[in-house]
Write a protein that binds this ligand. Structure first.
Ligand SMILES: [Mn+2]
Length: 320
């Protein structure tokens, strides 16, 4: 990360009045943590700041968000400065995609290798575990104080995108930064309880239904299951609240690629995880999606059954 890029960002902040911070649709911990960290960090600047995220905030991140500052609809308001965090391409902004056209300046901060840089300033580093980790470097470079609230939000971003510091994106630097955040006041076990040990029972039941539907192909090396509308309805659950199914399927010893198909009104959202050497972002990019080598996703205008056939066919070349 170049020092003059960070300087450029803070110059833009200082000369802007209306600022918007956007994250990707169907937000995860890295998205919400990064967006809210930047929001809280910028509060003392006394600007007019709003947040844009398309989709519900999962129950376990509600304590860290302020729903009153999150825009529900985009009414073509003009922003002096737009931050787009953790969002590999503009389509991932969902219903807020048009905001880019109306914003005078855009700053993109991301760690997805598939991000081509659609901002005026782009800080994209795929060596970073999470957007939160990258944002932490940027905030530190400003030489301004980082509050406990901001430290907690960055910690959540890093914690969730590294799978509790277990994925290959976790580096010694990631741990050093986590240590600094703990020194700033993050309570590790308290955060763990809020983020991971606070599931409502209906969410756990929906999770079990999803996991129990797993199908294994290619000598158990590909595992697929679906989060269907009927499972959600049966358990009165919101899709935003069902997390970790694709990671759970990957826990099967022989599974190298796990896949979860999420049924929605447009078709099927595909989430892929890889355990070893298979780069699932390659398949994802083929279908205009994005992501990382070990975690990627895309959308298909197909029902669950057809989507499943497509996935099985796509991975044939890896497993046969
Ligand atoms: Mn991320």
């Amino acid at each position: 990360m170049r020092k003059n890029e960070v300087k450029g960002i803070f110059n833009l902040i200082n000369t802007s009045d209306k600022i918007c911070i956007a994250g990707h649709k169907a937000p995860d911990g890295d998205c919400i943590g990064s967006v809210m960290a930047l929001y809280n960090f910028l509060k003392p600047f006394n600007k007019n700041i709003t947040v844009m995220i398309d989709g519900n905030i999962p129950y376990n991140y509600k304590a860290f968000t302020d729903e009153s500052i999150i825009l529900k609809n985009y009414d073509n308001e003009e922003f002096d400065l737009l931050f787009v965090l953790d969002t590999s391409d503009t389509k991932r902004l969902g219903k807020f995609e048009d905001v880019l056209k109306k914003s005078k300046k855009t700053v993109v901060i991301d760690h997805h290798k598939t991000n081509e840089g659609f901002g005026d300033i782009n800080i994209i580093d795929n060596e970073m575990s999470s957007t939160g980790e990258l944002l932490y470097d940027i905030l530190k470079a400003s030489d301004l104080d980082i509050s406990v609230e901001v430290a907690v939000l960055i910690y959540i971003a890093i914690l969730t995108d590294t799978g509790k510091f277990s994925y290959t994106n976790t580096t010694s630097n990631t741990h050093r930064k986590a240590a600094e955040l703990i020194d700033l006041g993050v309570n590790v076990s308290e955060i763990d309880n809020i983020v991971y040990n606070s599931k409502p029972s209906n969410i756990v039941r929906a999770f079990i239904d999803c996991v129990s539907g797993v199908e294994l192909y290619y000598e158990n090396r590909l595992g697929i299951t679906a989060i269907t509308k009927s499972i959600l309805d049966k358990n009165n659950a919101d899709i935003a609240d069902i997390d970790g199914v694709v990671e759970y399927i990957r826990e099967i010893k022989e599974v190298e690629v796990s896949c979860v198909l999420k049924e929605n009104d447009e078709g099927t959202k595909v989430s892929l995880r890889s355990k070893n050497n298979i780069d699932v972002s390659a398949v994802s990019v083929k279908y205009k999606g994005g992501g990382h080598a070990k975690a990627a996703g895309f959308e298909l205008n197909e029902n669950i059954e057809n989507a499943k056939k497509i996935i099985i066919e796509e991975f044939k070349e890896y497993f046969v």
